[in-house]
Design a protein around this ligand. Structure first.
Ligand SMILES: [Zn+2]
Length: 73
């Protein structure tokens, strides 16, 4: 991931117009590709949401493996 810093608008939740932002990732629209930038606070929120999603996914995997193992026995 590119982490170029710049001053500019946050494209995520806070919508502040002029804050330190980092490159967040590419965005694809029907008109073409662009670069998204977000502030540290919004990036931290996204990172926390991804960590929660990964934890739920891992828990689901463990549950399904446990169920499959019981069905096999
Ligand atoms: Zn923000």
């Amino acid at each position: 991931m590119k982490l170029n810093r710049a001053m500019g608008p946050c494209w995520l939740g806070c919508r502040r117009e002029r804050v330190p932002v980092k490159w967040f990732g590419p965005v694809r629209t029907r008109d073409g590709d662009g670069d998204m930038f977000a502030c540290d606070a919004c990036l931290a929120t996204v990172e926390r949401m991804v960590a929660e999603q990964l934890a739920r996914r891992d828990a689901d995997d463990l549950r399904s493996r446990s169920t499959a193992r019981r069905a096999y026995l």
